[in-house]
Write a protein of this length. Structure first.
Length: 545
């Protein structure tokens, strides 16, 4: 038991780190009512939480080298606990933004890279592969179990108790943190590159902000435009999104040039760029980002179908997606046994096949009434696929370099996770809302039972896009606008049909991304991976400088 105590402690921290977003997603309506705010403000909090984590992840990894990995882990947990307590007690949305989006985001940026590096430092060989499988499984289970936990606690008491419970769990982790062996630093203590930190944080923040706000502001054409001091920002008549993303990439290019300059002068960079030339590391990071894209995309769709279309509450939603968690845990255990005989490449490909089948089954099962058997089969297949990937990718990434570079690699891993999650929510969300708008507008336009003036009013009202809301709300809004009852019924029916069509399109897009994911598997190790082959795994791509 003593041998596995560190991974139990680290896995508990990993679970807490990924629990918040899924809890907040199913509790949005309760938070809105409790804090007397709006859905858009709560969505802003969710966006900023991801934004802060993504922006600071590389800095968090570097601080592990400077302060010590276990100390950074403990400091991050302390900040995170302070944020959780602030969130639990928040009287308004401003305090929630400070506690959840700010403090918890900063804490997570310190903790997540430390988890990866401490796992590498506490285990070797096959034990390390098992440990990373456990960490990956806990991250995925946190995403899958979040709606169940959040739904149950929200319906039974209040969403605040979830965050209060996190404080208790973190206190327990901090009490036992000395059971986790620290990783000795080799050589002199590095210094933090403040300019590089600013460039990387600003670049990542702009890229992630642009990606996350694309469904609200429009990808190219402005929709719900960015506003500053009451003025809509539409550069050259376009959405602000592509300009934010391009500006972010520009800052990241500047970060790369600045880093190269510091390395030439023998100074400590925030991130040594030769890491990005390690083939196994690049493949693992790409696959991890793809996994997070698909995972968060699917988890964006599922609550909408279950809650908005079928009318289930937060608890019922959590119970309904329980097959994912169960299948995932079984899949991780099986994959870890297979890992001694089968390469990560093959296991990941098996997982992708399961996820592809899941997307197809879920797409086929979408209807006005829940097809319980096939829906559960699709969820179980998805859990199998995610479990297969989660059991392998952490070890693939962290085994690609020696333990002395684990903090930097952990920062890159956290960055890939957040980028993938942001892309999944934004891209699948954009497909869903675009499909809903196009289908509804076309059906209404082609319906002879709807008069010309009503069609014009609907077209004007939906020009900036359509929200995914219960069809009853659409019917009420149309009637308030003075549309005659029969035409209002027809518009509502078209909207409801378009919701199902848009959901099917979104699952089809998820299936497409799974197919693209196969392209990232080509560079994954083709032999069983017990642990780091430091002499070979750290070798840069041939021909790299």
């Amino acid at each position: 038991m003593k041998k596995w105590a560190p991974i139990i402690i680290l896995a508990a921290a990993q679970f807490v780190m990924v629990l918040d977003t899924t809890v907040m997603n199913v509790a949005i309506s309760n938070v809105v009512a409790d804090l007397d705010t709006s859905v858009s403000q709560v969505q802003l909090a969710i966006t900023l939480y991801t934004l802060v984590m993504a922006a600071l992840m590389l800095i968090g990894g570097k601080l592990g080298d400077i302060l010590g990995r276990r100390r950074t882990f403990a400091i991050g947990l302390g900040i995170y606990a302070a944020g959780s307590l602030t969130t639990a007690l928040s009287p308004n949305i401003g305090v929630l933004l400070f506690g959840w989006s700010g403090l918890e985001g900063i804490g997570a940026a310190l903790v997540i890279p430390a988890i990866a590096s401490l796992t590498a430092g506490n285990y070797q060989g096959r034990d390390r592969a098992i440990a990373y499988g456990v960490i990956g499984a806990m991250a995925a289970v946190g995403v899958a179990a979040g709606p169940l936990i959040g739904g149950f606690v929200t319906e039974a008491a209040s969403w605040r108790w979830v965050f209060a419970g996190e404080v208790v769990i973190i206190a327990g982790i901090l009490f036992t943190v000395r059971m986790v062996g620290d990783v000795a630093r080799e050589g002199r203590k590095p210094k933090l590159d403040l300019v590089g930190a600013a460039l990387s944080a600003a670049g990542m923040a702009l890229v992630v902000l642009g990606i996350l706000r694309a469904p609200q502001w429009g990808l190219i054409r402005p929709k719900g435009a960015l506003e500053i001091a009451g003025t809509e920002i539409t550069p050259l008549g376009f959405s602000a999104v592509p300009f934010l993303v391009l500006a972010g990439f520009g800052l990241l290019v500047a970060f790369s040039r600045w880093t190269e300059r510091r390395e030439r002068r023998g100074k400590d960079p925030l991130l040594r760029l030769d890491l990005l030339r390690v083939l196994q590391l690049r493949a693992g990071l790409s696959m991890l980002a793809a996994q997070q894209l698909i995972l968060n995309g699917i988890f964006f769709i599922l609550p909408l179908y279950l809650q908005v279309v079928l009318g289930k509450d937060a608890l019922e939603t959590g119970v309904q997606i329980l097959p994912i968690s169960i299948a995932m845990l079984i899949s991780v255990a099986v994959a870890q046994r297979l890992a001694t005989r089968i390469s990560p490449r093959r296991i990941v490909r098996i997982g992708l096949c399961a996820m592809l089948g899941a997307a197809i089954v879920l797409m086929a099962s979408i209807d006005v009434e829940l097809n319980g058997v096939w829906f559960s089969i699709g969820l179980a297949l998805f859990g199998v696929g995610i479990g297969m990937l989660a059991s392998q990718l952490g070890n693939v990434i962290m085994s690609s370099v020696g333990p002395e570079r684990a903090s930097e690699t952990g920062g890159l891993q956290g960055t890939a996770q957040n980028l993938g999650a942001s892309l999944g929510t934004a891209m699948i969300g954009a497909v869903l809302l675009a499909g809903l708008a196009a289908s509804a507008q076309k059906a209404i336009e082609e319906d002879p039972a709807i008069s010309g003036p009503v069609k014009e009013r609907v077209s004007e009202a939906t020009a900036a896009g359509i929200e995914f809301v219960p069809s009853s709300e659409v019917h009420a809004a149309v009637r308030e606008a003075g549309v005659p009852p029969r035409q209002a019924d027809a518009i509502t029916a078209h909207y409801a049909d378009s919701q199902l069509f848009a959901l099917k399109e979104a699952f089809a897009a998820a299936a497409l991304f799974v197919g693209i994911g196969f392209l990232f598997t080509r560079r994954l190790p083709n032999q069983p991976l017990a642990g780091p082959s430091e002499g070979e795994a750290s070798r840069p791509e041939p021909g790299a400088a």
